[in-house]
Design a binder for this molecule. Sequence first.
Ligand code: PGA
Length: 241
Amino acid sequence: MRIIIEENYEDMSRTAASIVKDYVSNHPACVLGCATGTTPIGMYQGLVEAHREGKLDFSETRFFNLDEYCGLDPSNDQSYTYFMKEHLFDHINVRPEHIHLPDGMAGDIEAACRRYDAEIERSGGIDLQVVGIGINGHIGFNEPGDCFYPDTHKIALHESTIRANARFFSSIEDVPTEAITMGIRPILQSKMLLFLANGESKIDAVYGALRGPISPRLPASILQLHPNVVAVIDRSAAKRL
Ligand code: PGA
């Protein structure tokens, strides 16, 4: 695992964007695994800027997101579909058929999960996967629990996740309580994994992920088994490393 500690959020974002830029420039038809949340926003801005400057072409790149809330229409400004459009897809030359997110509005969620895994498999798997980390150590919405789930699945969000995400909604009651998340398998099978974390609230989660025992109690700790991780972390989140 390569660990890069940056001074602040801006530097973390710049470095992360340049890693993704290099990857996409060298492999234009790659499959990018995308994360949402506040962590990768600066990185996406960097990618949008590179595209605007004519330095980055996404016409062949395919995108798979880690997760989506259940019960939020894609037009809802808190859905992850909306987030991805707002921060990346609406500003780059991605082909609509190359955008994939789990279908949180599906009548049959189980079937939607199986469809998502099949789409990932048909694409040949994820090449570069970007992940953030929750304060409870989740990756995507793989929440702490008794076991790791390999496949895409529906998950009841933990109280701490609902509380952490309440800042985006008008009240905590509006935060969805369930989501669909990619499982651990495609994340671990990605060719390269870009792990991002910033801010003091992530200190313990980052320490557990990179240095702690590998345990489903802190799902991000499984990344220690990935053969090609680049972790870009700002100084405040890296304090215990
Ligand atoms: P954040 O969320 O980037 O908004 O901190 C990360 C996560 O929950 O995975």
